[in-house]
Each structure stands twice: as C-alpha cells, then as structure tokens.
Design a protein around this ligand. Structure first.
Ligand code: M6R
Length: 355
C-alpha cells in the first residue's frame, strides 16, 4: 500500500535513492565489479549496433542509454519508438542487438516489435521491472529493474532504474574501456543527490503553486542530455496536470517554436552539461525577451546567480538521474495543486496492452 503517502506517485518518487542503491548492490560481484550474464556480455560485445525500442517514459530513458552505450562501450546506438518500429523497421546492421525497455514488460507496441525481431532471429534483451513478464519471457536475455511495484500511472522510479541498469550494463560489458569512470561511486553520489532534492519538496511546491497552476501551456528546453530529460519532464507534467507541455532542443526554438511564446508562458530550462550550457542560457534570454516566465534548473557547476533551482553536482553522464527527481516533483505538485487524481490521470492506463 501507499502507507502514509497521499498518492503512490510521491511514494515512488521518494523510493528512488533506495532503488538506485539496491541496483548497485544487486549487480556488483564480491570484488565490487559490475557483472551481467556472460552470454549477454558476449552478445553485446559482438554486436556492431544497438537498437533500443520502447514507448513513453521508457523511450525517454532510452535516449539517456544511447549516450551511455556510445560513450562507454563505443557501440553506435539507435533509439526507436516501438509503435513505429513494428510497422516500419529500420535498415539493420550486420550484427544488431535489441534492447527493449519496459517497466511492465507487457506493452503491446513493444511486444509487436519483439515478435518481429524474433522472426528475424536477432538477439535481444528486455530490461523490465516485472519478472516473468511477456517481454522478458520472449527476449533472449532479461535484466530486472528491482524497483518494486510501480502503481502510479505516471512512471517515475522505473525511469531512473532503467538509466541505472543501462549504465551498469555498459560498465559490465566495457570493463576494459571504461574511461576512468568509477560507476558505483558516481551512482551512489547520484543517490545522495536525489535525497538532497527530495528534502527540498516545500520549495518546489511553492514555486509550482506560484507559476504553474493557472497556465494552459509550458515548455521545457535543454540541449543534449538536458533535452532528453526535458522530454521526460514534459511527458510527466502533461500526463498528470493536463497542461500542454512540450520539450524542445533549445537550439530549435528559433526555427519555429518561439512563435508560441507569449507574455507569461512558463519556460523551464535544464542546464547540466558543459559546452551547451551557455547556448541554452542564450536561448532562454531570447524567450525572456518575448515575455516568457523563465525558470532555470541547473547543476551546481553550471549555476548562475538568480537560478531558481540549483542541484548538487553529479557525474556528467548521470545528471538525468538527479534532474528526473526534480521534474517529477514539479509534475506531482502541479497535479496535486490542481486537485487532480495524481495516480490515475484521465484517459490513461498503467500498462498499454493494445496497439
Ligand atoms: O511499461 P512500459 O515501460 O512499457 O510503459 C511504457 C509507457 O506506456 C509508459 O512509460 C507511459 O508513457 C507512462 N504513463 C509515462 O509516465
């Protein structure tokens, strides 16, 4: 049950540091090395291209995973929406390896894609929260998220667990090529940083109450990983608050989207990555000049005076883990503040078993 919590969503948001720590322990051997099944490791090492297939929040986690696989194990990685993949499969490489991300392991769109992959005889891995689920049974390999049941329709802990498991998988596969990254250490810092944000709920709620409860629309902007986490931030906010929220790669604003900015439109910028931080700030100035009500969520190393939320420093590859908690809380307090049913938004089911 949800115990003293008013909603499952906030309970599940709160559980994330514990889930992260559980994953570090579960996937480490006695020597503190991250390990996965030898055959799975060999299959990945033998592949010339990874194809991540997923829907919704899991798809957004996939973008973060793509960066981890490309940076940590040097395998080009494509990311596909399951509903597109199943009916229009991409041109495949000689030795493709498929990674299905699915909290429930029951999503029909993803299953359709896996059926096709199996027909073609390619190896696959399902990363899921549900042991024995359809996608886990039908894939060649399975890794579990160990996040405990996720009840709220809005997925939260599954997203951060998926990113964590992909980081662990990359570390386990690429042990010789890790660029000096002590992943266990960096993940445990991320868990502590999540706790810091969870301790600041009141400030987040106060900001939401003042800025989001009346708006019909909102934007998240960022570049690179900050864009990827913006996509998840926007989905979270729209699905439980019914505010039309879109995420934009901030460089794209001037190619069209900036036309939507009016006096008072909330624009939330995420800034946690070197090289792109200044550009996103520049884009923020452009929307501000058109009347946008701006908000900056920055990690400590990129923060500037006046930023609304400064998050603790986290390894550059892992910032989405920490920023996710922040944007989940923004969505949660918006839904709560509007008096909506946080756990059961209209028109949605927890697990989408129709195509
Ligand atoms: O169980 P899955 O991870 O396959 O589910 C995928 C999506 O249906 C799911 O993430 C959905 O987008 C959530 N409602 C997002 O909060």
């Amino acid at each position: 049950g949800k115990g003293a919590y008013p909603y499952y969503m906030i309970k599940e948001i709160d559980e994330q540091p514990a889930v992260l720590r559980r994953l570090i322990q579960t996937y480490q051997d006695q020597n503190g090395q991250f390990v996965v099944d030898d055959n799975l490791k060999a299959a990945l090492q033998n592949s010339d291209r990874l194809y991540i297939v997923a829907c919704g929040t899991s798809y957004h986690a996939g973008w973060v995973g793509k960066n981890l696989f490309e940076k940590q194990i040097n395998i080009p990685t494509e990311i596909h929406l399951a509903s597109e993949f199943a009916y229009n499969p991409p041109l495949m490489s000689e030795k493709p390896f498929f990674i299905f991300l699915s909290q429930s392991g029951e999503t029909a769109d993803s299953r359709q894609a896996l059926v096709l992959v199996n027909q073609l005889g390619h190896p696959s891995l399902t990363i899921t929260n549900v042991k024995g689920s359809t996608l886990s049974r039908e894939a060649t390999y399975t890794l579990l998220l160990h996040a405990g049941p996720e009840i709220a329709v809005a997925s939260t802990k599954a997203y951060t667990a998926q990113i964590t498991v992909m980081a662990i998988l990359a570390a386990a596969v690429g042990q010789t090529q890790q660029h000096g990254l002590d992943l266990a250490h960096e993940l445990s810092i991320a868990a502590t940083n999540m706790e810091t944000i969870l301790a600041e709920k009141d400030q987040i709620k106060a900001w939401v109450d003042e800025n989001l409860l009346e708006t019909p629309n909102a934007f998240y902007i960022g570049r690179f990983l900050d864009y990827y986490v913006s996509m998840e931030a926007a989905l979270k906010l729209k699905e439980i608050s019914y505010i039309q929220t879109e995420a934009f790669a901030s460089g794209e604003l001037k190619h069209g989207t900036i036309a939507l900015i009016e006096e008072g439109t909330p624009v939330i910028a995420i800034i946690s990555q070197a090289k792109v931080d200044k550009h996103t700030r520049g884009n923020l100035e452009e929307v501000k000049a058109r009347g946008a009500k701006t908000c900056v969520i920055a990690t400590q190393d990129f923060a500037q005076p006046g930023d609304q939320f400064v998050l603790p420093k986290t390894h550059a590859l892992l910032t989405p883990l920490v920023i996710a908690v922040m944007v989940q809380l923004i969505a949660y307090y918006t839904s709560l503040g509007k008096g909506l049913d946080v756990d059961k938004p209209r028109n949605l089911a927890k697990s989408v078993t129709v195509e």
